[in-house]
Ligand binder design. Sequence first.
Ligand code: AHR
Length: 321
Amino acid sequence: MKNNRRSLLATLVAASFVVMAPMSAFAEKKIVLGFSQIGAESEWRTANTNSIKETAAKEGIDLKFSDAQQKQENQIKALRSFIAQKVDVIAFAPVVESGWDTVLKEIKAAKIPVILTDRSVDSKDTSLYVTFMGSDFTEEGRKAGRWLVEKAKTMKGDINVVELQGTVGSGPAIDRKKGFEEIIKAEPRIKIIRSQTGDFTRAKGKEVMEAFLKAEGKKINVLYAHNDDMAIGAIQAIEEAGLKPSKDITIISVDAVKGAFEAMMAGKLDVTVECSPLLGPQLMSAVKDLMAGKTLPRRIVTVEGIFPMEVAAKEFPNRKY
Ligand code: AHR
């Protein structure tokens, strides 16, 4: 009797193995995504990285993440290593617009689809990537310009602007400048008297603002910074020069990170144009759609707003980055 029970148990265990084995053998293979990030130059970038990592983990996507420390050569190396690893999809935020054709052609030859996130490339051959998802940087520049043209109605005489540009050759630096200039043309009193790169970092923003202040001093009426980090660095320089940010110099920036809201609540920054870094969900759903054989739209634009100082305290609790 005991022996019979034992052999029945053995049969059941064996049977369960027969049932289990094929299940694990056919367990769904994870999608492998190679992502080359620019670096960690700003509060925005950190939020962007977190969004991508968190969503990949949540969606069960095997993410191979590489940080290029703001160097194009490092990004190219990372892209080549993704080819060697035979990942399913490659996504990257190109630090600058040009110089990608060779590596993109190598990826195309390896039959790996490419998604551009945040920034685009200037390649003539648009078949080298499937889609570009991210903000409309020109429109962000226009929003900043429209805000200033409106504000100019309350200002007297010439309005001298100093501009802190983002990384030289990057999409957001080129387009935010273009969009801003396009709008301020309508008000001839607004003049850009100095414009230089602050490379999207606080340290550089401060350093360049110090130089602007040394050269132009009290002639400066407005600072237009291509991102919040540079604006925050510049605010420090303005205070150290004995001037009051927002009172003596109107400050406009882009991104709408928490640090900018804190500066606005402290009365030191006038307005920030939103540029959302929370691209993780969009990216992972595009990756899944691609793997399911769906066709993606060529351009996926992020919807964004603009936040002046007056709404900062009310909006702050809702900010996610
Ligand atoms: O490409 C987006 C820009 O890059 C953000 O405005 C800036 O903060 C970041 O470093």
